[in-house]
Design a binder for this molecule. Structure first.
Ligand code: AKG
Length: 225
């Protein structure tokens, strides 16, 4: 999988727009969607038996995945801005909620401090963002809290609540640092059935109504989009 991924990302970066987005704007931190075929579509990754036990315990047995990406740290990358990968479901509450979205990271190479092992703030998924915290960079809030680097061997599984504070780190080696990022959601967060709305009806809707209906299909004469 690593060999394929290295080959794929080199091809991905031949595209000028991808180079601009990931090497320049994102400072060497690349999110390349994996091709939906072998070797990425491997059940040992997607339905990993160790990950599944944790997910069953924290989110129930019927999780689903609609987001599968790679996190690639290119040689020469710099520090990523510290961030959460999701917003809080109820930011107005001053108590943390149980997990609703979790990522399984599977490392395809040994992760070391030198090649940019991700930095994470354990426990930070339970930190509530109070109104007085908004506007303060996470770097500043995190500076007094302990972090760890994800220094793990190739083939490791790291299961992380998406609310956890973390950042990609500089890769000071000549080798591409790669991991899979497979995101799981609690079952009730998704309904697969969508409506097919005729284009003419859609076009006549006010913007607010279109926004509410945005995940439905709009059917052009004879086909859908
Ligand atoms: O590649 C990494 O180490 C972390 C990447 C990451 O957190 C992200 O892009 O959201």
């Amino acid at each position: 999988m690593r060999e394929t991924c290295d080959r794929d990302v080199k091809r991905y970066l031949k595209d000028e727009a991808n180079r601009k987005q990931f090497l320049v704007k994102a400072k060497g931190h690349i999110g390349m969607p994996p091709a939906q075929k072998s070797p990425y579509m491997d059940s040992l990754a997607i339905a990993n038996p160790y990950a599944m036990q944790i997910l069953d315990a924290v989110m129930g047995s019927d999780v689903f995945c609609t987001y599968y990406n790679t996190n690639i740290t290119w040689p020469g990358s710099s520090v990523q801005a510290l961030h959460r990968d999701t917003r809080l479901l109820f930011p107005e509450l001053d108590v943390p909620l149980p997990p609703h979205t979790v990522v399984a990271n599977i490392t395809l190479v040994d992760f070391t401090v030198e090649n940019g092992a991700t930095e994470v703030w354990p426990g930070s998924h339970l930190i509530v963002d109070r109104p007085e915290d908004t506007g303060i960079p996470l770097e500043e809030r995190a500076s007094a809290l302990p972090s760890v680097r994800m220094v793990v061997p190739a083939g490791s599984l790291v299961v992380r609540d998406l609310r956890m504070w973390h950042r990609g780190m500089p890769n000071q080696t000549d080798l591409i640092r790669t991991m899979l990022a497979i995101v799981y959601f609690r079952s009730f967060m998704h309904r697969s059935e969508v409506m097919a709305i005729p284009q003419k009806v859609w076009a006549a809707m006010p913007e607010k109504t279109q926004r509410i209906f945005r995940y439905n299909r709009v059917e052009k004469a004879g086909r859908s989009s």
